[in-house]
Design a protein around this ligand. Structure first.
Ligand code: ZN
Ligand code: ZN
Ligand code: FE
Length: 765
């Protein structure tokens, strides 16, 4: 048997995931000599041994890479003959021009979980236990390469025991950068009124006692602070809503295990897998009858509850089941509504003291704040609604870009996107860029991503809306750094994002159904019900929903009663001919004002937004006349839809317009006939799904296009998207929707970047 030398080169998420120890152990097993090292390109391996041993090694590594590794490429080549003394792990090489993907923060692994509750283990009940397979990553990275000095663990020198594990290739904690133990690692403490009342184990017990008593706590977790309280205590929930100034918005929940969640929500096998996955997101689950009781407190208007499992050892200790201890905790982000989540101890003291009765704190700094991700399942496929912890900053593969680029994203649910070569780094959820604090969080995050992924943008992209803070940031930067700036239409970016997410070819046009809340149109109107023919480079708009009047602009967004009256007027119906629900929330004066605005167009933007149509229809049939958060009425409307109703309202197509007035006339006729709101809602949903098929058929007849891309916030409506996908598929369309990115504005930045790169001729195919 000949003795050969082979060189392996592996790229992707291959650092910080236990790759080198796996390679080391495999080399021992197959009696190979050589070395492995982390380079700025990935992992390099040199091997020497008998040919069949080499083949066995390669096959085994390909088939069983470390569980958290994501391999992009795996190449094997012959290497010149060279002898080695055994097998060694060499020091990292760094090439300042290259970059490495950084692993997201990971759910506690089963091994660490077992050790956490094992009295014989030296990390028994230690709230920061972690290993190569789990624990904090992205949130603690301060620089590159990913080594302990470049994390927020830099100030915790390893004790001899931890150092031994860190250096032992056979140990599960070999080169686990956040490794810690009770001797050398971070600690927790509990505070009330600025006084430290308890340390370590006692701190957790004090926090548990406070939660049992109905107090609201600020708890420092992995990516930031949560406000935490007993989810079943009505007084506490009421207090939390008042303090957080969050009237109707749902709160995320945490329970100790899946069995506890099942008391309140149905959990399918796929959903259970997702709850337990390394990402451990909040999963939106269908409520059981007991869950509906709970939802009345924590998620009004919804038939779904957002649950997650404890994803850090600290959360496991905090939620451990006990006789009087609450079974379900609210775990909502530690902020006032609209502000970014608090993440440093100082920040929490400053901003959360008014909100929390006590603080469970620790001294491991969080370098990058990151919210919990939110995911729902559609027919067993994850549908990401908020992409943050556990997912970001994993890159998305794209065709190679010849210029590094930055796309600044949208106003609401902002994310940004940095592109270099064949990778798009879509940031974690930043939030609504409507205030100074969120803008600062955005600017800090852009700087950090540019640093750790070594991207120096030579091209900028932004939304066409001139007043978005992200667009202003882009304009300023274009001037300061003398860079080209491309502005991109919001819904074009939505559809391109969906195309790229599904790896559709850039130049082959698709039918894009952008059903959305708000986006600035090329004609200055507010778009959001658009049927586009799109490639990455350009789009046409063959159909769109009929423009409606938005009397008073934002006033009509916050008060859908105004929208309902506007719809009635638009359809030529006398508002006084029926006791509409809006009569109760608009006095005579406001009704006259709205009517004047609709007639004259004064302070009344035109909109094709389906988000606004949902708001208006919901108000028309008696749901919220006033809302406290975006999409509240759309969610309420979806919640009441009768699943058994099959009839559908008609949306006639005429000269490029999808008409809405006939819909309003039909709804008003049903109201007069005392048809139940749940039936009306179902007919509205059915009608929209049918309309999506009809308009797609028109385009297929005309242009022969069969691929349909769905994007825009309206598709977060599970009833609507499921129905539409089924209907389009049975009409023999190929349907695509976002998978790795949110279907809402959180996915738009990727589309912006790709449109800008295509338009400027900077994409290699
Ligand atoms: Zn672990
Ligand atoms: Zn230690
Ligand atoms: Fe949008």
């Amino acid at each position: 048997m000949p003795i050969l030398n082979k060189r392996l080169h592996i790229t992707g998420i291959v650092q910080g995931v236990g790759f080198r120890p796996t390679v080391f152990n495999l080399a021992q097993k197959h009696a190979l000599t050589g070395w492995v090292l982390n380079s700025a390109h990935g992992v390099e391996i040199e091997l020497r041994g008998e040919e069949n041993d080499l083949q066995a090694f390669i096959a085994e590594l390909r088939q069983n890479p470390p569980p958290l590794a994501v391999i992009d490429s795996f190449t094997v080549e012959d290497a010149p003959a060279e002898n080695f003394e055994g097998f060694h792990i060499h020091h990292s090489e760094d090439d300042a021009s290259d970059f490495l993907p950084v692993s997201p923060d990971l759910n506690i692994c089963p091994d660490c979980r077992r050790e956490l509750f094992d009295p014989a283990n030296r990390r028994f009940r230690y709230p920061f236990i972690n290993c190569t397979n789990c624990g904090p990553r992205f949130s603690i990275v301060t620089g590159i390469p990913y080594d302990r000095p470049n994390t927020s663990m830099a100030d915790f020198p390893l004790c001899p025991d931890c150092a031994g594990e860190y250096q032992d290739p056979a140990n599960r904690r070999f080169h686990a950068q956040p490794i810690a133990c009770p001797v050398c690692g971070p600690q927790v403490w509990y505070e009330e009124d600025g006084k430290r009342l308890a340390e370590r184990e006692d701190a957790i017990q004090s926090a548990r006692n406070a939660l049992t008593e109905g107090k609201i706590l600020a708890v420092k977790g992995l990516g930031g602070f949560h406000l935490v309280c007993d989810a079943k205590n009505p007084q506490t929930i009421e207090k939390l809503r008042l303090r957080k100034r969050r009237s109707g918005k749902p709160f995320a929940l945490m329970a100790f295990d899946v069995e506890s969640i099942r008391l309140y929500a149905r959990v399918s096998p796929e959903e259970e897998r997702l709850l337990n996955s390394p990402m451990a997101p909040v999963v939106l689950l269908e409520s059981t009858p007991a869950g509906k009781e709970l939802a009345r407190l924590v998620a009004p208007d919804q038939n779904r509850l957002g649950f997650m499992l404890p994803y850090t050892p600290l959360h496991l200790l905090l939620l451990e089941p006990a006789e009087a201890f609450p079974k379900v905790l609210v775990m909502t982000s530690g902020n006032l509504s609209e502000e970014p989540i608090a993440y440093t101890n100082e920040d929490a003291h400053a901003r959360l003291s008014q909100l929390a009765d006590g603080f469970l704190l620790h001294d491991r700094p969080i370098h990058t704040r990151i919210d919990d991700s939110v995911v729902s399942m559609i027919d067993g496929v994850p549908h990401i609604q908020r992409r943050a912890r556990g997912y970001a900053p994993l890159p998305i593969r794209i065709p190679a870009a010849s210029l590094p680029a930055l796309a600044c994203g949208t106003e609401l649910k902002n994310t940004f996107c940095l592109v270099r070569e064949g990778y798009a780094f879509v940031s974690h959820h930043i939030g609504d860029l409507e205030n100074r604090e969120t803008l600062t969080a955005f600017e800090d995050a852009v700087r950090h991503y540019e640093k750790i992924f070594r991207v120096h943008p030579r091209l900028l992209a932004a939304d066409m809306h001139p007043d978005y803070l992200a667009s202003r940031y882009a304009r300023q930067r274009a001037v300061d750094e003398n860079l080209p700036l491309v502005t991109v239409q919001h819904h074009h970016a939505h559809i391109v994002s969906c195309m790229a997410d599904n790896q559709l070819p850039p130049r082959e046009p698709v039918i894009g159904l952008a059903f959305d809340g708000t986006g600035y149109g090329t004609d200055g109107a507010i778009w959001g019900g658009e049927v586009l023919l799109a490639t990455w480079e350009k789009f046409e708009r063959p159909w769109h929903f009929e423009y409606l009047s938005l009397p008073g602009g934002d006033a009509a967004v916050r008060k859908p009663a105004r929208m309902a009256l506007s719809l009635v007027l638009q359809a030529g119906i006398d508002p006084d001919s029926f006791p509409f629900a809006f009569h109760h929330s608009l006095d005579a004066e406001e009704q006259t004002a709205v009517a004047n605005q609709v007639r004259t167009g004064f302070n009344t933007p035109k909109t094709s937004s389906l988000g606004r149509l949902f708001d208006g229809v919901a108000a028309l049939i008696g749901l919220h006349q006033q809302i406290s958060y975006e999409a509240q009425n759309a969610i309420a409307l979806e919640t009441i839809a009768s699943p058994d109703e099959k009839a559908a309202y008609d949306f006639p197509l005429q000269d490029g317009l999808i008409l809405v007035s006939p819909l309003i006339a039909a709804i008003v006729a049903d109201l007069r006939n005392k048809i139940a709101p749940g039936i009306i809602s179902a007919r509205f949903h059915n009608g929209l799904a049918a309309c999506a098929v009809n308009v797609s058929r028109k385009i297929r007849a005309d242009k022969g296009i069969r691929k349909v891309a769905l994007s825009g916030g309206v598709w977060q409506n599970k009833t609507l998207i499921k129905q539409t996908i089924t209907a389009l598929q049975s009409a023999e369309f190929e349907v695509f929707w976002s998978r790795k990115l949110p279907v809402n504005d959180g996915g738009v930045a990727l589309g912006q970047a790709l449109v800008a790169l295509s338009l400027s001729g900077n994409l290699k195919e």
